[in-house]
Design a protein around this ligand. Structure first.
Ligand code: CTP
Length: 319
């Protein structure tokens, strides 16, 4: 079948609601979804024209040395140095080298997951990706607990772990890192200035306690390449969210991609309130026009891809 790649998302660029809400363009059918392998292969091929997720998922050791100066991706005029600790934790080969999985789950952090009972279904995937060290233990019924790759924006150390101000918070953070046993910890350390110390604290703890995680630090070109791919497909995102970045990269390693916890709207399809995150009290400031993200636009794009069978968005309950 001939598939026009630009048709994928054309319909998702037309609206710009002042207050994002659930509407017809986001209506999802879940019963009659079938996987569209042809389209999924085509998307993978097109994404590979812009980036190679196997390579861009992390800078490798051979390419840098301690003391090297890096310009932040979004704050080009600010720089940071490669610390000894960061150098030690750079992988020598891509943590995703030769990895291919049949079914992957990407778990976003929306409150839509609460009371979903989706935990066991999420955990049944071959590879599970989570975002920003979101807690799993207390929520496992709804979000599962298995984790093969988890992201950690430097701001998480502040937002979820109180900047490690006390022994208690350092301990909690360490426990969370320890619970990742063997998975990839993906740290976008060079995106925006301001997180340098937080990254350093995290790395120091990992080294000091020989925490069993495989650290990865995205390449400096990743963000622009991902944005370039979506712009070429007529999706005018300002700055891709972690969730969209993960989907874009996962196309390289996964056959079928299932998304959970993607719902950037304050109300569910039935009109009931939805928390921004399933685990904290953060509000919907991100959907304001000052936000660097364009989550509702991303969501409409993902919905279109869902309807076409390229990915599957799960927004209901799993019982
Ligand atoms: N997400 C969503 N709807 C929400 C919250 C999150 O669809 N209500 C998805 C987004 O793709 C997001 C991902 O889940 O990237 C992870 O959520 P979060 O940790 O809030 O990520 P970001 O907003 O990307 O992180 P940051 O604010 O640090 O950029």
């Amino acid at each position: 079948a001939h598939v026009d790649p630009t048709a994928l998302t054309r319909s998702s660029t037309d609206t710009n609601h002042p207050r994002p809400s659930y509407n017809d363009t986001t209506k999802l059918s879940s019963n009659n979804w079938t996987f569209n392998k042809t389209l999924s292969n085509l998307i993978r091929k097109n994404i590979l024209r812009f980036l190679d997720p196997e390579r861009d998922i992390s800078i490798l050791k051979g390419t840098l040395k301690p003391g090297d100066i890096i310009h932040y991706v979004f704050d080009r005029h600010s720089t940071t140095n490669i610390s000894e600790n960061l150098y030690r934790l750079l992988p020598t080969v891509s943590p995703m080298k030769n990895q291919h999985h049949r079914r992957c789950a990407i778990v976003g952090n929306s409150g839509i997951l609460l009371n979903s009972s989706c935990g066991p279904e999420i955990d049944s995937h071959d590879f599970v990706i989570r975002c920003n060290l979101a807690p799993v233990e207390e929520y496992s019924r709804d979000v599962g607990w298995r984790t093969n790759l988890v992201t950690m924006n430097p701001s998480v150390v502040q937002r979820a772990f109180q900047d490690l101000v006390s022994e208690e918070w350092r301990d909690r953070f360490l426990q969370r890192l320890r619970s990742l046993s063997g998975s990839v910890l993906w740290i976008p350390a060079f995106m925006a200035k301001g997180g340098e110390e937080r990254v350093e604290w995290a790395l120091r703890l990992i080294l000091l306690h020989t925490v069993d995680v495989r650290t990865a630090f995205p390449s400096l070109r990743l963000l622009h390449a991902v944005r370039g791919y979506w712009l070429t497909n007529n999706v005018h995102i300002k700055r891709p969210t972690t969730g969209l970045l993960m989907y874009t990269m996962a196309t390289r390693f996964c056959e079928e991609i299932h998304l959970y916890g993607f719902w950037p709207f304050p109300l569910d399809p039935q009109g009931k309130p939805v928390k921004y995150h399933y685990y904290d009290t953060l509000k919907y400031e991100y959907t304001s026009s000052s936000s660097p993200h364009t989550m509702p636009l991303e969501f409409r794009t993902l919905s279109t891809l869902h309807r076409q069978g390229a990915l599957r968005l799960h927004t209901g309950t799993c019982d």
